[in-house]
Design a protein around this ligand. Structure first.
Ligand code: 6AU
Length: 258
């Protein structure tokens, strides 16, 4: 099957937030999502100001931010409009439906109220995503399912577990618009693949993370490369983000030309 453009794929995506992601990617010509995994509000906002212009998406882990408050959310939302990126809170919901629903809507972070996109594990069965959807759909939110992981020894490794994630996604296309995975795991072009574990050189960290290059993950069908420390620890973050953006966009356009 010929590779479709992100604009064409937006039309095949049944989820409002998912379409917004595809359209942002096409408009900005960016397959880059950056995660500022830092622990203060000031550092998050500083890094997002440095690289947000290069990104289609900014991914957060608000539960590591010591001074999280509503103003951080307000400032992030403002930057999302100014710099044109989608906000993705990487909460990896994993509990039974009722608990996941409460975690998504309530608590200190009230994730559903501000994050366009979130993600979920499927380990607890279909109840998790069914419950998240009840909160997310009225707010036009979207969800990615964690189908494969980048870490050494993961149990989400392409076998029956990954297949179950695909089945759950098909059952909830209006809310689930794709996967966190190491490669494309379905032919459905309306589903998006976000691949973490990306740096400019292949390698890993001391705690099991495994890295591949932008070109190699794009060749396996990634649509978005998820980059954290490859940008965060670079001497010039803006230059690093530009390089990740360039390498992944070139790989995408090469795929279209095949
Ligand atoms: O580039 P890094 O290693 O600094 O950051 C990678 C980011 C982290 C992880 O929590 C996340 O990507 N991640 C995920 C996601 C996005 O769900 C899944 C996975 O398999 N591996 C992974 O690293 O914020």
């Amino acid at each position: 099957m010929p590779e479709l453009s992100f604009q064409e794929r937006a039309k095949l995506c049944a989820c409002d937030a998912g379409r917004r992601v595809f359209e942002t990617m096409a408009r900005k010509q960016s397959c880059l999502s950056f995660n500022p995994d830092v622990t203060t509000k000031a550092e998050i906002l500083e890094t997002v100001r440095q690289v947000g212009a290069e990104c289609c998406m900014i991914k957060t882990h608000m539960d590591v931010v010591s001074d999280f408050d509503d103003d951080l959310v307000a400032q992030l939302q403002k930057l999302s409009e100014e710099l044109d990126f989608v906000i993705f809170e990487d909460r990896k919901f994993a509990d039974i439906g009722n608990t996941a629903m409460l975690q998504y809507e309530h608590g200190h972070h009230r994730i559903a109220s501000w994050s366009h996109v979130t993600n979920a594990h499927i380990v607890a069965g279909p109840g998790t995503v069914e419950a998240l959807k009840k909160v997310g759909i009225p707010l036009k939110r979207g969800c990615l399912l964690v189908a494969e992981m980048s870490s050494k020894g993961t149990l989400a490794d392409g076998g029956p577990y990954t297949k179950a994630a695909v089945e759950q996604a098909y059952a909830h296309e209006d809310f689930v618009f794709g996967f966190v995975a190491q490669r494309r795991i379905t032919d459905h072009a309306g589903f998006l693949t976000l691949t973490p574990g990306v740096q400019l050189q292949k390698g890993g960290d001391a705690m099991g993370q495994q890295y591949n290059t932008p070109a190699s993950v794009m060749a396996k069908g990634a649509d978005i490369i998820q980059v954290g420390r490859g940008i965060l620890n670079a001497p010039d973050r803006s230059a690093a983000a530009k390089e990740f953006r360039k390498q992944s966009w070139e790989a995408y356009t090469a795929r279209l030309a095949e």
